[in-house]
Design a binder for this molecule. Structure first.
Ligand code: B12
Ligand code: SF4
Length: 495
């Protein structure tokens, strides 16, 4: 009989950049830690500390397991140092630990690089036998070995349940770490197993975190239809959001079943509107299809009542100020409903990182401290035509011009016209509002030159347009969104 042991799982959050965690609607559960919990035997008591909701404080444990995005790695190291000082063993996995393992081994007792499904049980039994090693390589997991996320550890009021139905991306874009972490092979979980897991979710909204939701071939389309149709057949009626490439729009049957199963917002990796910028980013799929194909894809998706969240990147190698402004103008007239506007950031492990490092172009390179800037909202390099500071200053200007309250309300009205879906319009409004709050987080203060948490100028007078559209929003909330929230009231399980 094994004695009971305590595992503390920690999701550290960058204390310098609290944009995402400023609101529960953008504070997401960490599925990786839910998988670690699922792989841990019953004689371990498990507690999750998610710094999106509470700051880590030291407590008793036999083992502390940390995950971290690169931008959160310095905070993970701080937490690890606190634990190690008290003699608590630390282990770290996740994207940063997998991409730059040689750094992470210096800050924790054991690193598990790659996917954890096969490595974690080996580490844990070594740990219990006192023969643990400093490094384990998990590699790529056979898809049938991926367990359901253990959701009882999520004691916080997350708005979304997160679920992953496939891993890997064949595209291998230069700036992205997904192919490095999960491989080129697209590994699809069994559809029935995914549906069984979906049935266990309890939160009002669902976020399917696959990076490339519908693979770009006939099998991929057929599987997507089976999945979405399965959701309908099993009555898993939830509003959901997913991430896809532009090929999501290729098959109207996919769109029909996606919409029927509750898809209301889809993130599309558009990245840029000019072939030159796409070539810089090595975004081959979009280059192959041509930027002119975007409009038709948007039109088809809208036809099914689904709104589009365009993922756009600013600060490609060839970008100057005029190109950045042109990208903003394209966004505003393009037909995308919400926009994620990131600054090109050389993430460790990517082709972009190694190239820029070799060319000595990374400006914020005092690692590990400078990783705290690697969250896509802060320029870490310049371009061939802008210094780092110029890029940052231009982005602030563009963000203010896109995410100001007047503009995001205009965008919402366009979504109503394009999708005829009030829920999509309300979601789009919330999404743009949240991105604004996240990217402009350093301007959120009550001083005269600042923005309030409601994203309005502290010193400004409210226009008639804003006062009038307040009423429209209130109606949208009451007739569409609130009904959905009501269905889940009392059903969000807080263990
Ligand atoms: C969902 C998601 C989000 C969610 C957050 C979900 C969350 N709470 O973790 C949201 C939308 C908030 C988000 C935001 C951002 N994201 Co994101 N996101 C993802 C996405 C699509 C899926 C992650 C996921 O849930 N995977 C499923 C789980 C099961 O996999 P996993 O976490 O990798 O866990 C496995 C292993 O890594 C390992 N593991 C993980 N943790 C641990 C811990 C231990 C102890 C062990 C042993 C093992 C282990 O075991 C797990 C099972 O094998 C990934 C892409 C990807 N495929 O990874 C990008 C990704 C993680 N995001 C990325 C980025 C850059 C961001 C942003 C900075 C971008 C932005 N500004 O929008 C922000 C930063 C947010 C922040 N708080 O700092 C990058 C991270 C790169 C990096 N080096 O950090 C990725 C890889 C995408 C990319 N383009 O490269 N993201
Ligand atoms: S950006 Fe999207 S399409 Fe490109 S490798 Fe990453 S996940 Fe795949």
């Amino acid at each position: 009989m094994n004695a009971r042991k305590k595992l503390l799982l920690v999701n550290p959050v960058n204390r310098q950049f609290l944009g995402f965690v400023g609101d529960p609607s953008t504070s997401y559960m960490p599925p990786g830690l839910g998988i670690i919990a699922a792989l841990t035997p019953d004689h371990w008591d498990i507690e999750l500390i998610d710094e999106s909701f509470e700051e880590f404080t030291l407590r008793d444990a036999d083992l502390v397991g940390l995950t971290a995005f690169t931008a959160n790695a310095p905070r993970a190291y701080e937490i690890a140092a606190m634990c190690r000082e008290k003699g608590i063993y630390t282990v770290m996995g996740g994207i940063h630990a997998s991409m730059i393992t040689e750094e992470v081994v210096n800050y924790v007792d054991t690193v598990i690089a790659g996917e954890a499904e096969t490595a974690w049980p080996v580490f844990l039994s070594d740990f219990e036998a006192g023969r643990q090693k400093p490094l384990y390589h998990g590699g790529i997991t056979p898809v049938d070995k991926i367990p359901h996320v253990r959701r009882d550890i999520y004691k916080y009021p997350y708005v979304y349940d997160l679920i992953q139905t496939a891993r890997g991306c064949p595209m291998g874009c230069d700036f992205c770490s997904v192919t490095q972490l999960c491989g080129k092979q697209y590994r699809e979980r069994d559809v029935d197993d995914v549906l069984d897991e979906m049935e266990k979710t309890t939160r009002p909204l669902l976020f399917i975190v696959d990076d490339h939701l519908v693979n770009n071939n006939k099998n991929g389309r057929e599987r997507a239809i089976r999945l979405f149709k399965g959701m309908v057949d099993r009555g898993i009626k939830k509003l959901w959001f997913g991430q896809a490439s532009i090929n999501f729009a290729d098959d109207e049957e996919v769109l029909y079943w996606a919409a029927k199963s509750g898809c209301t917002l889809i993130l599309l990796g558009i990245e840029a509107e000019s072939p030159e910028a796409l070539a810089d980013a090595k975004k081959r799929l979009n280059l192959k299809r041509g930027v002119d194909s975007y409009q038709e894809a948007f039109r088809r998706i809208h036809k099914y009542g689904i709104a589009i969240l365009g993922a756009m990147i600013f600060g490609m190698e060839s970008d100057g100020r005029d190109e950045l402004i042109a990208r903003r103008d394209y966004i505003l007239r393009s037909g995308m409903d919400a926009v994620q506007s990131s600054i090109m950031t050389p993430l460790p492990g990517t082709g972009l990182f190694y190239r820029m490092q070799a060319e000595n172009k990374i400006v914020l390179n005092n690692f590990p401290e400078d990783w705290k800037y690697y969250h896509f909202m802060y320029a870490t390099t310049g371009t061939s035509r802008l210094t780092r500071e110029e890029l940052q200053a231009t982005m602030k200007e563009l963000w203010l011009s896109m995410y100001n309250k007047t503009n995001i309300r205009k965008m919402m009205f366009k979504t109503i016209r394009r999708t005829r879906n009030l829920k999509a319009a309300y979601w789009v409004y919330g999404t743009n509002h949240n991105y604004g709050r996240i990217v402009l987080v350093d301007m959120l203060h009550d001083g005269p030159g600042g923005l309030t948490r409601n994203m309005e100028w502290s010193s400004g007078k409210r226009s008639f347009y804003l006062r009038f559209t307040d009423q429209v929003l209130r109606i949208l909330y009451l007739i569409s969104w609130n009904k959905m929230v009501e269905r889940f009231r009392g059903r969000i399980t807080l263990y």
